[in-house]
Write a protein that binds this ligand. Structure first.
Ligand SMILES: NC(=O)c1ccc[n+]([C@@H]2O[C@H](COP(=O)([O-])OP(=O)(O)OC[C@H]3O[C@@H](n4cnc5c(N)ncnc54)[C@H](O)[C@@H]3O)[C@@H](O)[C@H]2O)c1
Length: 352
């Protein structure tokens, strides 16, 4: 068994989930980490036993002893570091969103096509046990042809501030940060159809709700509350080539009575909620029957999802399996999200 040697670029919050999963994978060996915040890189290196810590990711990429990297930086450098890593001969697992724009995504597709390296997108929710079980039902035809899906990720005071709230770094607000997860899940479960039209609305009404002082909220470690340039909420209707449609709603700030997460797909033989909990609806002998698979958790489970994601990445590098989240999927999601923003900006439907 050959071990895959690993470097991690960006050592903030989500990098810990990658590092935990690499540490638990017997075929992965962490060699180096890198972060523009060298103190953070050093303390993460110490915690996870990485022999080297750098402030400049180029130093990490120059190490011929590293086979593969996770890119866990802010959205504005995902494409930059993924391209540099591919050119340095590394396999790449890049966090969601794969890029801020479709132009960056298309560049990544070209780079991947020019190499024999793997690029996997960090669509971690695809790897959650509940999603894997539902995908198995769908792949075996239990839902039939899926013609409608609903993707909802609603936060009431969910703007994390810092770089998330800075559009030039993040590429957008709740849609590109939270909505990307549920849009991707629905699109993946629908069988990855090509989008043909998008009609969307974006609202900036409540701002980051700094006036709300009694409801707990999560803020980034480097939060700087002085500016917020991202939307509060987005809704969209996406129509696909096969006639199927997807309804999307996502927010950081909204006068909603609760935070909520919803992922549902509907086919001609059955339907299912993946979130808030996995449940499948079908018919038997004139009755509607709901099926509840008895799994570890009916909702998203972070730890096994990251373990499965890293496992799929290592399997793909070792040539044992295909990655279930290839660059083409990251690019199509980038195209859909960019068109949602463009439709909202233009105030009309856009034909792709
Ligand atoms: N898969 C998920 O469920 C999930 C959850 C949270 C965040 N994310 C994604 O992970 C990425 C990071 O988010 P986070 O919450 O960890 O943010 P974070 O701010 O906690 O961490 C990002 C780290 O990257 C470093 N960094 C930024 N730009 C860099 C650069 N050019 N070169 C080197 N280091 C750089 C920062 O100093 C910071 O330490 C984002 O793209 C976010 O969308 C994914």
């Amino acid at each position: 068994m050959t071990r895959v040697t690993i470097g991690v670029i960006g050592t903030g919050a989500i990098a810990r989930s990658h590092l935990d999963a690499y540490a638990d994978n017997s075929e992965a060996e962490l060699i180096a980490v890198s972060d523009i915040n060298l103190d953070r890189a050093r303390s993460v290196a110490e915690k996870y036993g990485a022999p080297r810590a750098y402030s400049d990711p180029n130093q990490l990429l120059a190490d011929p002893g590293i086979d593969a990297v996770s890119v866990c930086t802010w959205n504005d450098s995902h494409a930059k570091w993924a391209v540099a890593a591919l050119r340095a001969g590394k396999h790449v697992l890049v966090e969601k969103p794969m890029s801020r724009t479709y132009a960056e995504a298309a560049e990544l597709e070209r780079e991947v096509a020019a190499t024999d390296r793997i690029l996997q997108v960090g669509f971690v929710r695809r790897h959650s046990p509940n999603a894997k079980v539902l995908k198995t039902f769908i792949d075996n035809g239990d839902l039939g042809d899926i013609y409608y899906a609903r993707a909802s990720f609603i936060g009431r005071v969910g703007n994390p501030g810092g770089w998330f709230a800075n559009k030039s770094i993040s590429g957008g607000g709740p849609l590109i940060d939270l909505g990307v997860h549920v849009v991707d899940l629905c699109w993946y479960l629908m069988g990855s159809p090509a989008a043909i039209t998008v009609s969307a609305n974006s609202y900036t009404v409540l701002g980051d709700r700094a006036n709300i002082t009694t409801t707990p909220r999560w803020k980034v470690s480097d939060a700087d509350a002085t500016s917020n340039t991202v939307e509060d909420m987005v809704n969209a209707l996406v129509r696909f080539e096969n006639g199927a449609s997807l309804l999307v709603e996502t927010s950081y700030s909204l006068h909603a009575t609760k935070n909520s997460l919803g992922v549902s797909v509907f086919g001609d033989k059955g339907g299912a909620d993946l979130e808030p909990k996995l449940e499948i609806a079908t018919e038997k002998y004139g009755s509607i029957v709901n099926l509840i698979p008895q799994i570890s958790s009916p909702t998203f489970e972070s730890e096994p999802a990251f373990a499965n994601e890293i496992g799929n990445f290592i399997d793909a590098i070792q040539g044992r399996a295909e990655s279930i989240a290839p660059v083409s999927h990251g690019a199509e999601i980038a195209r859909i999200l960019e068109t949602i923003y463009a439709s909202a900006e233009a105030g009309r439907e856009i034909v792709l």
